[in-house]
Design a binder for this molecule. Structure first.
Ligand code: AGP
Length: 613
């Protein structure tokens, strides 16, 4: 969950590194630092955001043409100056920045201390610098590059690493195992980063390092090898994202920009994949495995967080439209319980970042057991997208806000298209029904636009009434149940208000005890076939003086008369309703968080991509 950058070339390395770290801050932001080689090895680092590092670098007038940088999400050792990266070896000649977790660092640290080494920090990362130096200085005839390889062979865990050695002032050494690392190839300059956002303004040529690989980088060249010293020739990819896609474009926060981008991101997700004329769907990324999907005994979907919520929507979709049994699993639970999955099964992993450690581990576990593994990812070139057997990209564009919004709706669109294609291939959806589904799907972007245009002000006003509520309850049935969970997560993670999502009927089995005049209850009453039941749930809330916020279809007058506050949204087919009902909940959580003065794009304790377990 940390961000790593590196640069070598003719530019002011400090400026390139700081700018790059700002673009990676969504990955982790409790401390930051850089190391530069400018005749000597200089380190500037400390607790706090990159802006503090920038001020410190300016004050100390740092300069250099080669360097590495890091923005941290603490795993070992509290966020403070000494635990921030880069970490130095004892002699101060080697600097390391690291993303990942060294699981055997205690053992290695004890061994190094027994050999007389002293440590400054409580981090696992520091042992990497110390171990490399121990091997390099104590082993005869070992080059620095070999010392790195020998050290990495002793490490159990995950890493994305960038390393400097003052004795090789023109080189940056990078290595990857389990945490993403890219090399940006420029004209007589090279860029290193945890993802493409720090690189895209300089070059669109990138090389993705894979697990077990390292590279030695100079301004004019790079050599990629395995950790066992076998040279590799890697493909140079062209980045498909642009700089303005990662800028705020005039919005106060990335999250608001990404909420308002949804009409376009949903349209982009469908582009070239739905044919309204012929009422057909074509998902090229799974074309080769569609028969395996048709014949699958079941589909297991594994994911985390918001992606797990879209997975729950997928369960309803596949079972309703394609009559394929589905099980939804938390990736972290799936991977540790020796899952009963194998040949004939399909595991579908969903991940916006394509780097979530638990989801990646679930993928690898299922592959080892012989299942076909498909992916739904938003980041092209991400590890999960490269390790699945096939998959579908959501094409939602870079999602910078830590709270996922447009990625959720794009994931649901992909799941809808997959379920429709599967249902049609299984002969369960007639061409007339397909025509109706596809025609409605093509109208969704405009319906999302309508909600954004007509409800934004209402929701902003409503948010001011609930800004200091201590708790929230979100209730939904059927397709609205996962949306209730998603709405609660949005509120929790950016406003720090405790919120719970529940299947509406479940409220009677305990949570109803929570309801009083202090408890705002958001009910999502926009699915036709459960509306009557939702009305009785709403009556139960009202009878206990709960303050009711209802997300309803335009003509749902029954609920409108009962609710204290209403947000009306356009009608749609029940199985498409999550694409619309989630929008007001995203806006509600955003405005409440802003009213509370929270850092909406970088909420406390969180990071955008959880690449540690
Ligand atoms: C969503 O708002 C959260 N930031 C988080 O739950 C996220 O969905 C989860 O970490 C999974 O990330 P992924 O989709 O990139 O795998």
């Amino acid at each position: 969950m940390c961000g790593i950058v590196g640069y070598v070339g003719d530019r002011d390395a400090t400026e390139v590194l700081i700018k790059g770290l700002k673009r990676l801050e969504y990955r982790g932001y409790d401390s930051a630092g850089i190391a530069l080689i400018d005749g000597k090895l200089i380190v500037q680092k400390g607790k706090g955001k990159v802006i503090n590092l920038e001020k410190g670098s300016k004050k100390n007038n740092l300069s250099g043409k080669l360097g590495i940088g890091h923005t941290r999400w603490a795993t070992h050792g509290e966020p403070n100056d000494v635990n921030s990266h880069p970490h130095l070896s004892e002699t101060g000649k080697i600097a390391v920045v690291h993303n990942g977790i060294i699981e055997n660092y205690n053992t290695l640290k004890k061994q190094l201390i027994e050999r007389g080494r002293t440590f400054q920090s409580q981090t696992d990362t520091e042992i990497i610098a110390q171990l490399i130096e121990e091997i390099y200085t104590k082993s005869k005839g070992v080059t620095f590059e070999q010392a790195i390889r020998l050290a990495l062979k002793q490490i159990v865990g995950t890493y994305g690493l960038a390393i400097l050695n003052i004795e090789t002032p023109d080189k940056i050494y990078i290595a990857r195992k389990g945490s993403p690392l890219l090399l940006g190839v420029g004209e007589n300059e090279m860029f290193i980063a945890s993802d493409a956002s720090p690189i895209v303004e300089y070059t669109n040529k990138v090389v993705y390092l894979d697990d077990g690989e390292m590279a030695i980088v100079t301004r004019s060249n790079y050599e990629v090898k395995t950790i066992d010293d076998s040279p590799l020739t890697k493909e140079v990819h062209e980045l498909a994202i642009s700089l303005d896609a990662i800028e705020k474009a005039g919005y106060p926060h990335f999250m608001l920009k990404e909420i308002f981008e949804q009409p376009r991101s949903i349209a982009d997700c469908m582009r070239g994949r739905i044919d309204v004329e012929n009422s057909s769907i074509l998902l090229g990324g799974i074309e080769d495995v569609i028969d395996d999907l048709v014949n699958a005994k079941r589909i297991v979907i594994a994911a985390c967080g918001t992606s797990w919520h879209s997975a729950l929507v997928g369960e309803y979709l596949f079972e309703q439209l394609a009559k394929t049994p589905v099980e939804v699993e938390y990736a972290s639970e799936f991977r540790y319980r020796d899952p009963l999955i194998g040949k004939g099964d399909v595991l579908l992993v969903i991940s916006q970042s394509g780097e979530t450690a638990d989801t990646l581990a679930a993928l690898r576990e299922a592959q080892e057991k012989g299942a076909l593994v498909l992916g739904i990812c938003n980041v092209v070139g991400s590890t999960i997208s490269r390790e699945t057997d096939a998959g579908v990209f959501t094409h939602a564009g870079p999602e910078i806000g830590v709270a996922s919004t447009k990625a959720f709706t794009a994931q649901v669109v992909v799941l809808i298209m997959m379920a429709l294609e599967l249902g049609q291939r299984k002969g369960l959806i007639s061409s007339d029904e397909m025509k109706r589904y596809i025609a409605e799907l093509s109208r969704i972007p405009a319906k999302v636009e309508h909600i954004l245009e007509h409800s934004d002000d209402t929701i902003k006003k409503m948010a001011s009434l609930f800004t200091y509520a201590p708790n929230f309850l979100y209730l939904g049935r059927s397709y609205s149940f996962p949306v209730a969970l998603e709405g609660a997560l949005k509120l929790k993670e950016i406003s720090y208000i405790h919120a719970e999502g529940y299947p509406a009927a479940e409220m009677k089995h305990g949570p109803i005890a929570l309801i009083d005049e202090m408890m705002p209850v958001v009910v999502i009453a926009a699915t036709d076939h459960t509306n009557d039941k939702m009305v009785s749930n709403i009556e139960e809330v009202k009878a206990r003086k709960g303050r009711l916020i209802a997300i309803i279809n335009d003509e749902n007058t029954e609920v409108k008369d009962l609710a204290d506050f209403c947000v009306s949204i356009p009608n749609t087919i029940d199985c498409f309703s999550p694409l619309l009902t989630v929008i007001p909940l995203q806006l509600l959580s955003y405005y409440i968080a802003v009213n509370r003065g929270c850092n909406v794009d970088q909420p406390r304790n969180l990071a955008k991509s959880v690449t540690v377990e």
